[in-house]
Ligand binder design. Structure first.
Ligand SMILES: [Zn+2]
Length: 427
């Protein structure tokens, strides 16, 4: 569905890309896109180096850069001298601070919004505790639309334009009509989420798309990974539901019908334990957030209170673990035991370079990772676990929303002309 993408930058290949009408024949669009991808993937550089790196004529590069500077997508940086002879050239670098993408997330315990500008800085963030499963989907969509509208308006007042919104949902989604087909943990079936948001946000709203939370989390982890040369990554969500976002050879794996990575329902849990999907013994009933809370605290304990922000409830549990509370420590140990067999399976099947533990797994990362790492190294068939590094996410519960924001920003790389035309119309 996407066009004009350069094949050399892994960031770009991970993106599914917002669909839309594209002019395949536009060389100019492709060349602008090529330059933006180069600056994003490889960092700022002089016009001469851009010409050398892209193979475009220097005069063409000069014209295209002028257009991108005018459009606010790149800016002139410091002078750079290449070699001892000749005039120093000014470094051209990615700008885009006046543009942002918004990721919104619906999950079991909350709805949230994260806005990122093109350099990837968080420019706005909101989260509300909502018991989503007990709230009608239409009401949840109204809450999400309210958060998005407030954020767009706040950014507009700062001179930042929102170019797109991606909604993350914890289940199987149909991205093209934008329908949540099935999300067992929030009780959604065939919910027309994109249409619902469009109706509420009105015709002036930015482009809206829908994607699965684990897949967006994987995109966020892939884009922000500090390990060099990562092409294969698995992101495991840690909320009530558990799913994997898989990036294989730099590409997001969706599978034939979008079900790739639905690992939460693998039969790796207690065979007696019922799952909201209707089966018993699903992995997420043993490792999901509900299992951890159930093991760690009685039902009337404050950590179960859905009205309290999830981060503060988990901070409280973390504090108890650090204080040596035996029940909390036993619960975290059980979590690790239930987690490790599934993690080893994923490493055997997918041979990732990075396996990132998200959500509540990341809160207890230093408790969980060493034992799981040992187990993975002992049981995985590949020597040295196939080079897999197991790491807790640094993005916390914001990973899916951030991935949604990155996906919205991807429109800039795919069609910079449309974005710059939109800027002129708005300005
Ligand atoms: Zn299940």
């Amino acid at each position: 569905m996407a066009t004009n993408r350069t094949e050399s930058y892994p960031r770009d290949l991970a993106m599914a890309g917002p669909p839309g009408a594209k002019d395949r024949s536009s060389t100019r669009r492709a060349n602008l896109s090529l330059i933006l991808n180069l600056l994003h993937g490889e960092g700022g550089r002089s016009r001469a180096r851009i010409a050398a790196d892209t193979g475009l004529p220097k005069a063409t590069v000069t014209n295209l850069i002028a257009e991108l500077v005018e459009g606010g997508l790149v800016r002139e940086g410091e002078a750079e001298r290449e070699g001892a002879i000749g005039r120093p050239g000014h470094v051209v670098e990615l700008d885009g601070r006046s543009l942002c993408g918004i990721g919104a997330e619906v999950n079991v315990d909350y709805v949230s919004v994260t806005a990122l500008n093109l350099p990837g800085d968080v420019v706005a963030q909101r989260r509300l505790s909502v018991n989503v499963a007990d709230t009608p989907p239409e009401e949840v969509l109204s809450t999400v639309a309210g958060l998005v509208a407030e954020t767009v308006e706040e950014l507009r007042r700062q001179g930042v334009r929102t170019i797109g919104v991606t909604l993350a949902a914890p289940g199987v989604i149909d991205p093209e009509p934008g329908v949540v087909s099935y999300a067992s943990n929030i009780g959604w079936r065939e919910v027309s989420a994109v249409d619902g948001l469009r109706r509420r946000l009105g015709s002036a709203a930015p482009e809206i798309h829908l994607e699965n939370d684990a897949k967006l989390g994987a995109i966020a982890e892939f884009v922000t990974a500090t390990t060099p040369g990562v092409r294969d990554l698995v992101y495991l969500t840690g909320t009530t539901g558990v799913g994997a976002g898989i990036i294989a050879s730099g590409k997001l794996l969706r599978g034939n019908a979008g079900f790739a990575g639905e690992v939460g329902h693998l039969p790796l849990g207690d065979p007696e334990q019922p799952c909201p999907c209707g089966r018993q013994g699903c992995w997420e009933t043993a490792v999901g957030l509900a299992a951890l809370l159930r093991l760690a605290a009685d039902p009337d304990d404050e950590v179960h209170d859905p009205a309290t922000d999830l981060d503060s409830r988990l901070r409280e549990l973390r504090r108890r673990a650090d204080d040596g509370d035996p029940r909390t420590l036993a619960a975290v140990e059980r979590l690790g035991e239930a987690l490790r067999s599934g993690v080893a399976l994923l490493v055997d099947i997918l041979n990732p370079r990075l396996l990132v533990l998200g959500g509540h797994f990341a809160v207890f990362g230093d408790y969980l990772v060493p034992a799981i790492r040992d187990h993975v190294h002992e049981t995985v068939i590949a020597p040295n676990a196939g080079g897999c590094e197991l790491v807790p996410s640094q993005l916390g519960f914001t990973a899916p929303a951030r991935g949604g924001a990155y996906l919205a920003l991807d429109a800039i790389y795919q069609d910079p002309i449309a974005i710059m035309q939109g800027l002129q119309a708005a300005g």
